[in-house]
Design a protein around this ligand. Structure first.
Ligand SMILES: [Zn+2]
Length: 123
């Protein structure tokens, strides 16, 4: 991943220069009376939509972004799944409470949890 960069229009235009699918991470600081910590959201951008996806979050609580270009939309989905698991999505450590999904509801499965389910079913 490249970054973190400031989540601002001029920065997005300057660094997100390729027209390839991507995964991205945006972060905000969550504060309570006693503590402050980073909360992150993981997203993916199909085709060349990374700039537009990132710009949707300008003006929100999110302040910084990281991103990584990948070769195709399917790889973007896989990377998003892996990051979601790695960063504790299943234990509510991320702002994405839901597991990443493909929009077209195809039969492509998460490389982490679906593989594990398949393995346990076959033994
Ligand atoms: Zn999964």
């Amino acid at each position: 991943m490249e970054g973190p960069f400031q989540l601002a229009e001029s920065v997005i235009d300057a660094v997100a220069t390729e027209t390839a699918p991507a995964v991205y991470l945006i972060r905000r600081i969550e504060e309570t009376d006693t503590y402050a910590h980073y909360k992150a959201r993981i997203g993916r951008a199909n085709g060349s939509a990374l700039k537009d996806e990132l710009k949707k979050w300008i003006g929100s609580d999110y302040r910084v972004f990281c991103f990584e270009y990948v070769e195709d939309n399917l790889t973007a989905f896989y990377r998003q799944c892996i990051l979601w698991h790695d960063m504790g999505g299943a234990t509510n450590k991320l702002d994405n409470e839901q597991h990443p999904e493909l929009h077209d509801k195809s039969k492509i499965l998460c490389p982490i949890c679906s593989n594990a389910l398949d393995n346990s079913a076959s033994t």
